[in-house]
Design a protein around this ligand. Structure first.
Ligand code: NAD
Length: 258
């Protein structure tokens, strides 16, 4: 699977899953736009991922319409096109519904859903102009399944599947595909932060959060890795026809089987 001379914008690519996807795409021949909150972090990740200097970092808060449009415009100004969008930036906030603040609910939905919408809207005209493109949303097993303490996250991740289906239908005439990756637990900063938080909320040890909550329903008690997710992202990015569109693929060591 090759991405020679393709240009990919990956949001939240200064860390975790996004960084691994960007790294895999560079290995497959792509040029990468690392879009993240902080310009220094985005630029240094771009340099680390692609020492040849063919990739760039942009400061982009995905909830900020002006910043998203400016970041995509900067990418197009430098590379002339956008072939692939990976809408990956995300956060987690855990709390039971009865104490979830409206501010936290809105913050989480904005990053996951407004971010996906705004980045998609900014990239689609460039893909339509080229007559091809691949939009990839970072869903989760929580796009299909629920867990306690994660009301807005589960809501947002389910919502991304709806957005992907609409983009698949509207984009088809322009050769644009849209799909969702649904990982199980991956040991990134986003998950490391949750382990003590969940231990406190549930009144159990951190080891029990890992074994009895996070990995309980996997077939082998294993975490999914950033590289596992990056391989699926490469498949969705490089697939050659509209046959693979409007889909969501779970990569979770069998935690969720469909
Ligand atoms: P991470 O914390 O390692 O990386 C998230 C990145 O998103 C960070 O670089 C952060 O700066 C960036 N970000 C946060 N808010 C942003 C904003 N408003 N605008 C731009 N960038 C922003 O987390 P990760 O685990 O790599 O998560 C990446 C995606 O994968 C998220 O959408 C997450 O929900 C999803 N996911 C993670 C797991 C997991 O177990 N780690 C499982 C399923 C899905």
């Amino acid at each position: 699977m090759e991405l020679n001379d393709k240009v990919a914008i990956v949001t939240g690519a200064a860390s975790g899953i996004g960084k691994a996807i960007a790294t895999r795409y560079v290995r497959a021949g792509a040029r990468i736009v690392v879009a993240d909150l902080n310009l220094d972090a985005a630029s240094s990740a771009a340099r680390a991922i692609d020492p040849s200097g063919r990739s760039m970092g942009v400061a982009m808060n995905v909830t900020d319409e002006v910043a998203v449009n400016a970041g995509v415009a900067a990418a197009v100004a430098k590379y002339g096109k956008v072939d692939i969008l990976v809408s990956n930036a995300g956060i987690q906030i855990v709390d039971p519904i009865e104490s979830f603040t409206l501010a936290d609910w809105k913050k989480l939905l904005a990053i996951h859903l407004d971010g996906a919408f705004l980045t998609t809207r900014a990239c689609l005209p460039h893909m339509y102009k080229a007559g091809s493109g691949s939009v990839i949303y970072m869903g989760s097993v929580h796009s299909k399944e629920a867990s306690v303490l994660k009301a807005p996250y589960v809501t947002a991740k389910h919502g991304l599947i709806g957005l992907a289906k609409v983009v698949a239908k509207e984009g088809a005439a322009h050769g644009v595909r849209a799909n969702v990756i649904c990982p199980g637990f991956v040991r990134t900063p986003l998950v490391e932060k949750q382990i003590p938080e969940q231990a406190k909320e549930l009144g159990i040890s951190e080891d029990d959060v890992v074994r009895k909550v996070m990995l309980k329903d996997t077939v082998d008690g294993q975490f999914t890795t950033v590289d596992d997710v990056a391989e699926v992202a490469l498949l969705f990015a490089s697939f050659p026809t509209n046959a693979l569109t409007g889909q969501s693929l779970v990569v979770s060591h069998g935690w969720f089987m469909q």
